[in-house]
Design a protein around this ligand. Structure first.
Ligand SMILES: Cc1ncc(COP(=O)(O)O)c(C=O)c1O
Length: 408
């Protein structure tokens, strides 16, 4: 098949919607348009049945005991807000301390910042050079005022997978609630809230080949029963935790996306890991001073993050963007020129944090696309370095740190 440009390898910003998902959604925009809370006619029953079926599919994918443990939201951001703010408000009498990490996505970090302004205390734990948070550090951070631990499942930039089972055990032992932002993990790697001891889990459809505008929060109902103060008041939908008319077509799509992910996950993750490894080998074997970011083993199969010394990540992206869609960080911060706070948290220099590129593969990428993206990336990095006086000096053996740049 002829290659189609631009090639999309930015699937950790969003995934393309699977055509099977679109097909499942379509009737719910047209003939099956009922309101799921209309209890007194067949249009409502049909919509309610469709929402229930989707809820069951998602519950199965994440190993929830009861589909009622899922609350539909507008996406991952809202699910994370509800988890953190909802738990903070509900358990305020018990304590005012939250433990999280410095590499959470902005939805988690900004929500914590707001809670700090409201009198909560938040500990932001550092991560190791591979992006892993040490469970013992979390243990040390927990005090008798701690109500919640929130650690992301898989990082959106470097793909690092945290020790969720270890954190779940610790949370149980200490009697604190454990939330994980699993928006990048659900549908990509096995997730089982029961086996992992997760109490609250956020996820989103648009990162698992579903539509944008719908997400979910898993809220444990048994052992312990977690209660949340709602953030949106209204008709009492979603068992009072999130009012508002449910977007039935989007929820149907979310359910279908979950079903497909569950069905093909072992085969798909193996295929994407092979493609990712090929991309990594091609690039690292032909570009010097290119560094892999994140843990090389404990990471999402579709993620590859590399820093190219002496070139700006943004320049690489500009050199490639007519034919390849990549990212220099998360979609929400790539509008600013700040270096990646995630890469900086790994202990990298500001220069290397500025030079990171994220390649994230998806279900429809091919081997041919991987070859082309690798080839073009290598060309662009080499061309930029040819124009870089810094690279030239470094190649001549000059220690760049020893140079006094300031004019007298
Ligand atoms: C780790 C992580 N958390 C949360 C979100 C926000 O999810 P949404 O875009 O559905 O609001 C994203 C989005 O990319 C993400 O990568």
């Amino acid at each position: 098949m002829a290659l189609k440009f631009p090639i999309f390898m930015d699937a950790q910003s969003t995934t393309p919607c699977d055509p099977r998902v679109v097909e499942a959604m379509l009737p719910y925009f047209t003939e099956k348009f009922g309101h799921p809370a209309s209890r007194n006619h067949p249009f409502g029953w049909e919509a309610e049945g469709a929402v229930d079926a989707a809820r069951q599919k998602l519950a199965r994918l994440i190993g929830a005991r009861d589909p009622k443990e899922l609350v539909f939201t507008s996406g991952g951001t809202e699910a994370i807000n509800l988890a953190l703010k909802g738990a903070a408000e509900m358990y305020r009498e018990k304590g005012n301390h939250i433990v999280t990490t410095v590499i959470e996505q902005r939805a988690g970090l900004d929500t914590c910042k707001r809670l700090e302004r409201q009198g909560f205390e938040v500990t932001y734990l550092p991560v190791g050079p591979g992006g892993l948070v040490d469970v013992d550090e979390v243990r040390k951070a927990i005090t008798n005022k701690t109500i919640l631990v929130s650690v992301m499942f898989a990082n959106n930039e470097i793909g690092t997978l945290q020790d969720i089972a270890g954190l779940g055990r610790l949370a149980k032992e200490k009697g604190v609630i454990f939330h994980t932002d699993a928006t990048q993990a659900v549908g990509k790697v096995p997730v089982n809230v029961e086996a992992l001891g997760v109490d609250l889990l956020s996820c989103t459809a648009h990162l698992m080949y579903g539509p944008k505008g719908v997400g979910a929060l898993y809220v444990r109902r048994k052992g312990p029963r977690v209660r949340l103060a709602p953030m949106i008041d209204g008709g009492g939908h979603e068992r009072g935790m999130r009012s508002g008319t449910l977007p039935v077509p989007l929820i149907v799509g979310f359910g279908r996306a979950a079903e497909i992910c569950e069905e093909i996950m072992p085969e798909e993750s193996a295929r994407l890991a092979t493609l990712r490894d090929r991309l990594q080998d091609l690039i690292l074997s032909s570009v010097d001073e290119a560094f892999l970011n994140g843990d090389p083993e404990r990471r999402l199969p579709q993620n590859l993050n590399i820093s190219f010394a002496y070139v700006e990540g943004e320049s690489v992206l500009m050199g490639l963007n007519r034919e390849t869609a990549l990212s220099s960080g998360s979609a929400c911060t790539s509008a600013t020129l700040e270096p990646s706070y995630v890469i900086a948290a790994l202990g990298a220099s500001t220069e290397l944090a500025h030079s990171s590129i994220r390649f994230s593969l998806h279900r429809f990428n091919t081997e041919e696309e991987v070859e082309v993206v690798a080839k073009r990336t290598i060309e662009v990095v080499k061309r930029l370095r040819d124009m870089s006086p810094l690279y030239e000096l470094a190649k001549e053996g000059v220690d760049l740190k020893s140079i006094q740049w300031k004019a007298e």
